[in-house]
Ligand binder design. Structure first.
Ligand code: SF4
Length: 82
């Protein structure tokens, strides 16, 4: 995979599990984050994945308004419910 592409792109669940509203939304995320070397590190999914082990829920989108710490807190709460 090219160096400037997010290393998680091939297995990113938001693209392979069909959680996005439309194909266009997926393309927009790819163009805004996944395919740009200076942008994918700013994707909230990517940022959270750098701070915790395990799968990141598909609900978390690249442009989430929540901070990384808030997202991690939400994920931890989900784990407790399971
Ligand atoms: S959505 Fe985020 S984590 Fe997934 S491939 Fe794109 S930049 Fe990487």
């Amino acid at each position: 995979m090219a160096e400037n592409v997010c290393p998680k792109l091939e297995k990113c669940p938001i693209f392979i599990k069909g959680v996005l509203f439309s194909e266009m939304a997926g393309e927009a995320y790819k163009n805004l984050y996944c395919l740009k070397d200076n942008k994918y590190p700013q994707c909230k999914r990517f940022m959270v994945s750098q701070k915790m082990v395990g799968p990141i829920p598909e609900k978390i989108l690249p442009n989430s308004v929540l901070s990384v710490d808030e997202l991690i807190e939400q994920i931890e709460k989900l784990k407790i419910k399971i």
